[in-house]
Design a protein around this ligand. Structure first.
Ligand code: GMT
Length: 381
């Protein structure tokens, strides 16, 4: 049970996919439930990370009815309707929307629907809701409206806060709360049979986990791996699925690396796979935080990433990972080779990565920061 104050009833709206915002929302819901709060989770499918039963977490799957007139069935309206029903029936204290579009807009509609009842809305900005979707002219105004009308807005990095201020010209007291990792779930510990599936003895294992969207530039991972494999025997394990996966497969084939690159698709138990890697590559064009890199660090795997977006807030270059400047992104493979050839340095950085995850990004302390935001917004104004 949470120490400060009564247990809260919290509505959480998120995407159910493996994308970072859905993972953070679900892990936060689990953390809040462990602190004694009642959680009502709204999504169009069961969230991928909702993999343990907790009697304090109630899942509400939002169904959208179709009608011949609806070329585009209105998910946001169905979500608002369902939210309004449950907010009333379960007497929910606040709604936490992860990703501004359309989740915050649906929550703001609930505010209107249930007036004069107060429905405080907390929005967490995750990244692409600002850097990609929010800048699309068709969504820009509503994204701005969503941010301006939330009772509290949190951002997962200082970088994302700055970008939001630049893009929308807003400074409405955004609170930076970094992402976190369950350091019991993601921890070092190789599994001989899993590692054996990936590689033979003395072969290095390079890993990448993402949703293969263009922003991840996953094909650059294959290019970097081509440099690694010229210097030492190695296997590349690509986890996840998305629009650029086929291009990566084609690239591996074109470079003659097909037998050395494994595409595993989306996996539910990444925590069992990650610790079997030696390094983790993330050459994203930008990344508001880089949760996948943090999960690698917690697993004792050294991340080698672009020095872009919020990644420098997560990784200390040369200490617990490597930051590669954008203009030198083609050297990512060479940087990995130098590290993989220096066993002592690799081991020291792997230990430092785990330590950083535990010291700076462990779940409990960060969940408590969200709870403070919740307690603040439920105060009558
Ligand atoms: O692009 C993704 O990885 C998915 C996206 C999302 O919102 O689902 O991820 C964003 O949110 C994550 C959780 O806060 C961050 O760790 C990712 O850095 C961020 N992605 C980008 O900024 C590209």
């Amino acid at each position: 049970m949470s120490e400060a104050g009564r247990p809260l009833k919290i509505g959480v709206v998120c995407y159910p996919t493996f994308g970072g915002s859905g993972v953070v929302a679900t892990e936060l819901a689990k953390g809040m439930a462990q602190r004694g709060h009642e959680i009502h989770l709204f999504s169009y499918a069961p969230p991928a990370r909702l993999d343990v039963f907790d009697e304090r977490i109630h899942l509400h799957e939002v169904e959208v009815s179709s009608y011949p007139l609806f070329k585009y069935p209105p998910y946001d309206l169905a979500l608002a309707s369902r939210l309004a029903e449950v907010v009333e029936d379960a007497d929910i204290d606040l709604v936490h929307a992860h990703y501004a579009i359309p989740h915050t807009m649906a929550a703001l509609l609930v505010k209107d629907l249930l007036r004069p009842r107060r429905v405080p809305v907390v929005t967490t900005l995750h990244g692409t809701d600002i850097t990609v979707v929010g800048q699309d002219p068709s969504y820009r105004r509503v994204t701005r409206h969503a941010i301006r009308n939330s009772d509290a807005v949190t951002s997962v990095s200082e970088y994302l806060k700055r970008r939001t201020q630049e893009v929308f010209g807003l400074d409405n007291g955004m609170i930076v709360i970094p992402n976190f990792v369950d350091t019991e779930r993601f921890k070092p510990g190789r599994n001989r049979s899993i590692r054996g599936c990936f590689s033979r003895a003395n072969e290095r294992v390079v890993m990448h986990v993402s949703n293969f969207r263009p922003v991840k530039r996953a094909a650059l991972v294959v290019d970097a791996f081509a440099d690694i494999v010229k210097a030492m025997p190695a296997t590349l394990v690509m986890i996840g699925d998305g629009p650029d996966r086929s291009a990566c497969e084609a690239r591996a084939q074109a470079l003659g690396l097909k037998s050395r690159v494994r595409f595993l698709g989306a996996q539910t138990d990444v925590e069992h796979l990650l610790p079997n890697a030696d390094v983790f590559l993330l050459p994203s064009e930008h990344e508001s935080f880089g949760l996948a890199a943090l999960e690698a660090m917690a697993s004792g795997v050294v991340p080698i990433v672009t020095a872009a977006g919020g990644l420098p807030e997560v990784i200390q270059d040369g200490v617990d990972g490597l930051l590669v400047a954008e203009e030198q992104i083609h050297t990512m493979g060479a940087r990995a080779v130098a590290l993989l050839q220096d066993g002592e340095r690799l081991a020291a950085m792997s230990a430092a990565a785990r330590l950083a995850a535990v010291d700076r990004f462990a779940r409990e302390a960060i969940v408590a920061r969200y709870e403070a935001v919740y307690r603040d917004v439920i105060q009558p104004t």
